[in-house]
Design a protein around this ligand. Structure first.
Ligand code: BGC
Ligand code: NOJ
Length: 822
């Protein structure tokens, strides 16, 4: 495996599945996520970030101030006082000189090592699988020739659980903070006396020399974290917070002979009291549950065993899909980082990142349905539950809560609604789940609608009912041309054709819409084609022929409308506004051609028989493609137009106004695969691939290991600069594009279907795919240098029909699949 050092800030260590940051002053903070189930932490390359349980808004455990100066300040800090010299292994907050630094972001863990003056301090942060806690494994090594007596000070600032109130309501919050300290365990118990039955525990497995729980005592009132009083004084104060801002800090005094090292851990846990009594005595909480946690991780080997669990967890997950193809970037992204990012988007939706504060948004209806497409192969059972949770936030008329809070699973109207694409994504996620798992039994599962009250589960409508409601909604809610109404917006949240906002303080997403508007979306029409075809194939599989025909009739009707109403001569138009004027046409002076309708019309099968699909894609290539990806539309809007909304509010070249919105690039890449152009598919893929951006990292600025939501387009002065990294539908869709489009390994109802579309120069590739308990070792050969077309297919040496899925028989065994293109 390659270990290359292609940018000044770090490199991929592919063999260890790590990204190694070699200097802390990266162009932007480079983030990792800790946690895979319900407890999560954001952790930057300087140990910045925060933790929460399930819901970054309603159960935030530690504090973080967004948009701070510097950007990333506050986190899992460890101060070292070595003979009076104070420094942090992760550089921040002290930013001392002469500290050797290395950060390794791995799968579910971040390891940061600092060394100064012969003292090495290694911190390893991770959340063990299945646990509601974060561990910091600390190893201190005296590499010098002298005895050393360093003092270490941990530091975490506690959050009062409800993150919005925590950062806005100081007249209350400055008076409610409470803690208890027992041995080396600090219990943050604000609001525990009243309605909370949970608390945060921050403990150390090493005996401590003292502690602090008052921020004022530890940091000072006029000091910053970089000059905090206690670590510079080298002595804690044993402060017990009463109100103001509780923190957790332990002082650990070490005495290390030359060459000696010591290892211990910190435990940061979310603890639910359950049914056990809340108090031992007035004001003294019952700490039994917390104590058991500390004991568990104080046992020798417990922390290492948890780390081994984490490693096995990721090894198992990633072994479901591994490929070896002739492109280094595609390999490392597909095999490791892309799948890893899919876990993060599945867990976080768009809630908590360096750009999403964990307060504004919960789980998005359309976002989570799409995120599932890149996750379902890893843990189908979690995808199943997610589908049922999402479906339950649909309303009985077919519209949806645009998002819901993960803690309550209840729809949240505060961020707006009436996006008339939302419901259709449920069809895509459900079908992807059934294709992966074969579990048609999800269809009759009870979900019910969010606006109805049910006495029992068996009265709830089924998931299939939701899918039918979704299809029916789009068929019914159509405009004058027969195209679907757009509502507040479709996938492009910023194409607001009905709100006519002129009030500068109004959020575009919350601005109400005029009643009975007739604005229509071509993108939804294309998405509908895709969804209707999926439903027809699903009904074919379940043997409901009449229903399949009904779906095909809907498909034919919508296709006819698209071809009749939405062809502009060289590409598909984008929409029709409230007055019926075209958007995304040669007739417009700006915004003549949009990406989304080309992508979805082509993926939905429009333009297949009449050459328009290829022509639309060629128009994308001619007008929208750049070396940094495909811009969303052209020409960029130069002035605000209230008839079009937020899309025209952004400066040219960013976000939806002609930025490179990576998410929709993937639809075009899939389109190239559909049309059989593997060279274009790879070229487009690499244009937004972060691993391929390292030679322009000063411009790109984002993490080289995860896809960005947005890269500045050619109209922006910072063309090529990435933003909104991590939480983007790009993750799931890129996994689909590369695994199913390029490599052509597609789960289907009857079995795996193999239909690659690769660059002509590729001699072939190999892949291992676990599917419904079987393992397929796939070898694709391309002797004739084609892009697409399976000439021969062999299963365990037997010739089988190359056009059909590999017949699935569950036997839990490994099968050899040989594919010859030509
Ligand atoms: C952004 C969109 C985003 C929306 C969410 C807009 O400001 O441009 O990308 O989807 O907010 O509310
Ligand atoms: C980001 C949002 O999360 C997503 O739902 C939306 O489709 C895109 N922005 C495009 O506006």
């Amino acid at each position: 495996m390659t270990i290359t050092a292609p940018n000044p800030y770090g490199y991929f260590d592919d063999a260890r599945r790590e990204y190694v940051v070699t200097r802390p002053d990266t162009p932007l903070p480079w983030l990792n996520y800790l946690g895979q189930d319900e407890f999560f932490g954001l952790c930057t390359n300087t140990a910045g970030g925060y933790t929460f349980w399930k819901d970054a808004k309603l159960r935030r455990l530690t504090r973080y101030r967004y948009n701070n100066v510097p950007y990333d300040l506050g986190g899992r800090y460890l101060y070292v006082n070595d003979g009076g010299a104070v420094w942090n292994p992760g550089w921040k907050p002290v930013k001392a000189a002469n500290v050797a630094y290395e950060c390794r972001h791995g799968l579910g863990y971040t390891r940061i090592v600092g060394e100064r003056d012969g003292l090495e301090v290694e911190t390893l942060f991770f959340v063990p699988p299945g646990e509601n806690l974060e561990l910091w494994k600390v190893t201190v090594r005296n590499k010098s020739a002298q005895r050393k007596t360093p003092k270490l000070f941990s530091y975490q600032e506690f959050c009062f659980f409800e993150a919005l109130n925590d950062m806005t309501n100081y007249q209350r919050t400055y008076s409610i903070g409470e803690v208890e300290v027992e041995g080396a365990a600090i219990y943050h118990k604000t609001e525990y006396r009243e309605r909370r039955n949970h608390y945060t525990l921050f403990a150390c497995t090493h005996p401590i020399a003292g502690f602090d729980t008052s921020r004022d005592a530890f940091v000072g009132i006029h000091e910053g974290l970089h000059e905090a009083r206690v670590p510079f004084a080298g002595q804690c104060t044993n402060s017990v917070a009463f109100g103001w801002n509780p923190i957790g800090s332990h002082q650990i005094d070490l005495d290390l002979a030359p060459g000696e090292s010591t290892t211990f851990a910190f435990v940061l846990a979310y603890v639910e009291q359950g049914d056990t009594p809340k108090f031992d005595a007035p004001f003294v909480m019952n700490k039994a549950v917390g104590r058991a946690i500390v004991e568990k991780y104080s046992a020798p080997g417990a922390v290492d065993a948890a780390l081994a669990d984490l490693k096995k967890y990721w090894d198992d997950l990633l072994s479901k899909f591994q490929a070896d193809c002739p492109n280094e970037h595609a390999n490392r992204m597909l095999n490791v980082w892309n799948q890893y990012q899919c876990m993060a988007t599945f867990n976080m939706s768009r809630s908590a990142s360096m750009y999403e504060t964990g307060i504004g948004r919960g789980m998005g209806f359309r976002d989570s349905n799409q995120d599932l497409l890149g996750f379902v192969h890893m843990i189908p059972s979690r995808a199943r539950q997610r589908i049922l949770d999402i479906a339950a936030t649909q309303l009985s008329d077919g519209t949806c809560f645009h998002q819901y809070q993960p803690l309550t699973k209840k729809g949240n109207a505060e961020i707006g609604g009436d996006f008339y694409d939302d419901h259709l994504w449920l069809v895509l996620s459900t079908c992807a789940y059934i294709k992966e798992s074969g579990d048609v039994a999800i269809l009759p599962a009870p979900c019910g609608y969010a606006d109805k009250v049910y006495a029992s589960d068996d009265q709830c409508e089924t998931l299939l009912h939701h899918l039918e409601t979704s299809i029916a909604y789009t068929m019914k809610k159509r405009g004058p041309r027969g195209l679907p109404l757009i509502g507040h917006a479709d996938w492009n949240d910023c194409l607001n054709l009905n709100c006519f906002s002129t009030e500068p303080n109004e959020s575009f997403q919350l601005a109400g819409d005029v009643k009975d508007s007739k604005a229509e979306s071509v993108m939804i029409a294309g998405l509908f084609l895709y969804a209707a075809r999926e439903m027809a194939e699903l009904y074919d599989f379940t043997g409901q022929g009449a229903d399949a025909d009904r779906m095909r009739a809907h498909y034919a009707e919508m296709l006819d409308v698209i071809e009749r109403e939405a062809w502009d001569g060289e590409w598909y138009t984008r929409a029709y506004d409230a007055e019926g004027r075209v958007v995304g046409s040669k007739a417009n002076s700006e915004g003549k051609i949009f990406i989304e309708s080309q992508g979805w019309c082509v993926l939905g099968g429009a333009g297949t028989d009449n050459g328009r699909a290829r022509q639309a894609m060629e128009s994308v290539h001619k007008h929208l493609f750049t070396r940094n990806g495909v811009v969303l539309q052209q020409p960029a809007y130069s002035t605000y137009d209230k008839n079009l909304g937020e899309v025209t509010s952004y400066p040219p070249g960013v976000k939806e106004n002609a930025g490179i919105f990576s998410h929709n690039n993937t639809w075009i890449n899939l389109g190239w695969c559909l049309l059989g152009d593997g060279d274009r598919a790879l070229e487009y893929y690499l244009s937004i691939c972060p691993s391929a951006k390292q030679d322009q990292i000063e411009t790109y600025r984002g993490e080289p290991y995860v896809y960005a939501q947005m890269i500045a387009g050619k109209d922006a002065p910072c063309f090529g600069e990435a933003k909104n990294n991590w939480l983007t539908g790009t993750a799931a869709w890129t996994f689909v594009t590369v695994s199913q489009g390029l490599l052509g390994i597609k789960p289907d109802y009857a079995g795996l279907r193999i239909d690659p579309c690769i660059p002509k120069a590729w001699p072939g590739f190999t892949a291992t795919r676990q599917f419904r308990g079987n393992t397929y070792r796939i070898e694709v050969k391309n002797p004739e240098g084609v892009s697409k077309g399976v000439k021969r297919l062999r299963l365990d040496g037997m010739e089988i029909d190359p056009a059909a899925p590999i017949p699935f028989v569950e036997d839990g065994k490994t099968h050899a699949v040989e594919v010859v293109l030509g």
